[in-house]
Design a protein around this ligand. Sequence first.
Ligand code: HEM
Length: 466
Amino acid sequence: MEPLNNKQLTTPKLFMIAGLLLLAVGLLFGFTGALQYLVPGFLKQYLSFEKIRPLHVSSIVFWIIFGTIGAVLTYLSQHSGRKIYSPLLTKIQLIIFILSIIVIFISYCVGIFGGREYWEFHPLLALPIAAGWVLFLINFIKSVGSFKKQPVYVWMWLTGIVFFLFTFLESYLWIFPYFRNNVVNDMTVQWKSYGSMVGSWNMLIYGSSIFLMEKISGNKPFSYSVIAFALYFTGLFNLMFNWGHHIYTLPTYNFIQYISYVVSMTELFIFGRIILQWKSSVSIARKHFHHTAYRFLIAADVWIFLTLLLAIAMSVPAINVYTHGTHITVAHTMGATIGINSFLLLAFAFDILHDTCLPFTLYKKWFNRGYWITNLSLFIFWISLIGAGILKAKWQMSAAKIPFSTMMLQLRPFFIVFFISGTVMMAGFILILYPLLKNQFICYLKNILKKRKIKEQHVSGIFAMD
Ligand code: HEM
């Protein structure tokens, strides 16, 4: 047996571990939700779909937030070679977030909502989250010190942290009657804020990916290059203005829709670059494929390609009219949050946690199986949602008044494939998560026992001297 690594479990690492636990819980809620698609009314008395959906979505959103904070704080101190400005602020932030999530979950279970889609908890609970985020911002700025000659990822982290706070607050403007009383304005602000919020956490995650890629390849110049900053500004431009496709169906000003359509198409620049780089990335992938973190980067690359393909199609107004409110939107959100966000975060988790405990080589078989199972089943899962979405879109636009229940019966084969592939995907994720979490807990317990033993030996030594 290889010796225990004595590296401390720092607070940023605890953020990552808490995030992994939230992912595991979120998978269970997702599985229950998919079962409720097939067996309507399943668990209705205790945990109906109206409760399961927010429980699933909130666990997943907080997995992304926790994992991202853990990655940014760890990589920032690795980049600067210094400790984070205030470990105490990080600890306070972690405690605030964990307590808020516990209260949010309890409130869902007892049926207290009051929020909006994706943030369905009571708006009062947004206050501690915003406060915790402000601590993160202060800690980040103080830890960076000077912004002169910083690589692109430091700018991406700063942009992501500032814009997340801005869009999070913006998504609560509906609590003021001025915004709430006009439906079109209300929906416009709501969907604008959600679109930009996802862009903000993507900035944080993509910034961390650039850091990790450079760390693995040992090649620094990219993050200072003109192309890196050009891609950063394209991302920033999209974060600010491409949300328009969320509101194509609202009767708002046409110029907003035209601008956002043109902006969405600038993403083709990023898309084109992915294709161009593909050939070289294949040979690099072969070189590093043994590296677990790198494997997740490659998987995310494929999912960026697929998601962007779907997103660009959905940004075409004539197609958007059909896809709006169907499972194609769910395919887009889930494809992005699983295939891109979760895979990238898992890459960071492997990189960050590999030196805390026993080496991961012991679990290589688990990871290999989990990796392939998750990727293949995700593809089937995604296709089944798109298939269900196409049928629903046809039903929505059909002149013949086919009843909702008949349409739902037609979707059943897709829901069966969705459920089976979702269950297999969950099993794949468990194969990846179980050793990752077990390793941390075993080491944590062993370290406590080791410390206790040393203390006992010390005390018995004192008694022996007496
Ligand atoms: C890393 C894993 C996962 C992530 C990141 C994730 C993410 C999401 C997100 C963001 C949504 C909201 C979609 C929207 O409203 O547009 C969602 C909904 C949902 N997810 Fe997942 N999910 C994951 C795993 C699963 C699994 C394994 C299952 C099933 C076995 C599942 C079943 C569902 C269901 C049933 C919904 C509700 C869809 C609806 O409202 O009609 N999820 N998920």
